[in-house]
Design a protein around this ligand. Sequence first.
Ligand SMILES: Cc1cc2nc3c(=O)[nH]c(=O)nc-3n(C[C@H](O)[C@H](O)[C@H](O)COP(=O)(O)OP(=O)(O)OC[C@H]3O[C@@H](n4cnc5c(N)ncnc54)[C@H](O)[C@@H]3O)c2cc1C
Length: 430
Amino acid sequence: MNPLYRNDDPGIYPPSWYAASALIGAERAPLRGTEKADVAIVGAGYTGLSAALTLAERGLSVAVIEAHRVGFGASGRNGGHVTSGFNKDQQWLSRKLGDGPARALWDLAEEAKELVGDLCATHAPDARFTRGVMHGDWTEADADDSRRYADWLARKYDYRTQFLDGPEFREICRSPVYAGGVLDMSAAHVHPLRFVLGLATGAEAAGAQIFERTEATRIEGTTIVTPEGRVEAKHVILAGNGYLPGLSRPYAARVMPINSFIAATEPLGDRAAEVLSRDVAVSDSRFVVNYYRLSEDKRLLFGGRESYSIGYPVDILTALRARMERLFPQIAGVNIDYHWGGTLGITMSRLPYISRVAPGVLAAGGFSGHGVALSTLSGKAMAEAIAGDAGRFDTLSTLPVTPFPGGAAARAPLLTLAMTWYALRDRLGF
Ligand SMILES: Cc1cc2nc3c(=O)[nH]c(=O)nc-3n(C[C@H](O)[C@H](O)[C@H](O)COP(=O)(O)OP(=O)(O)OC[C@H]3O[C@@H](n4cnc5c(N)ncnc54)[C@H](O)[C@@H]3O)c2cc1C
């Protein structure tokens, strides 16, 4: 089953608050006939468009092929958290790769957040890049771990976050469930769809061509084949993340699509301060992570549910509302104006897969919930590698990502089993 078409109508943005609050331009023409370009890019999310912008600014010709619309994938519908580091902590990376390589990766992740900030300032000021992300811990043991890790980051990397005990945490995030957590004022949050739309405009202004409603159905060497045409290129970048069906075997063996869901309440007005007293984004220590923040019109944008089959569950909202109201009983019964789902790519290690998957073909995906910053940087790194400077690409390629057991065919049932077990542990509270 193709995740590109399973849950959405072709070319129609999901019914999200983001789509309702962004200025979406007219549809771009699909590709018809043969185009020649230095680089063909599959996918117009952060990865593909950041690559396109970097390449076009360096004078290379670029054709971006997008099955639906710009930002139609995860980039236009995510939680908007621009997070620090990776899905594995730096101590894990140091043990696995050594202190030097782990530090080099941390430095790139730091750069990734600043890159998003800079790109928003230049191309999408309306995305309102805003500093401040909190991590909430459900148990004292988790909070102790967070305190120790905050100390470690300060000592080893001179990276400053603020550990908050339970009462301090609840001053800002007014949920009774948290035992403490960390405030990271270098991480940020954005309006994700406005950011990706701005990236597209910037890439086009620099000379990139974007074809919408055009699926890449096959790759022949470095030529992309589409239903009504082809792009004959010298290089290909695969930037389809969780939506990319089987265009590359090594990629499909390592990156698996899962779905995540978000609800947007009605505007809360003065009640918003009863939920969050500051304009910060929050995620927490649950395996199926809860992630939320306030919109500019004071809705609670609450994400907190996953599904592991390609298709969405029939009823998205009931479970999402239950999670939201467990965290914030003070807004129980509030109207939910929008809810939507999206597909993202995950890997075995939950670290992104950034690799040369065939001669002339680079791919990046599997950002596993850290993609706003890391996909934007990965696109730039792939573009730089093509332009002759592979430094960042080579460092990102050191992230350890192994194929799923059983490959693309058997991974889904095995992973579903494992994920369901961890999700059950969340519910049982251990
Ligand atoms: C609900 C949700 C919440 C999330 N929250 C966060 C968050 O708060 N913070 C965070 O850091 N990350 C979050 N993520 C993850 C993050 O959004 C992604 O990692 C990131 O957007 C990936 O960008 P991308 O450009 O690689 O992929 P996408 O944005 O998914 O773009 C891929 C594009 O490729 C196109 N495509 C795929 N295959 C083809 C083909 N064959 N032909 C043509 N086009 C094709 C698709 O249509 C799609 O538009 C979330 C994801 C979801 C779904």
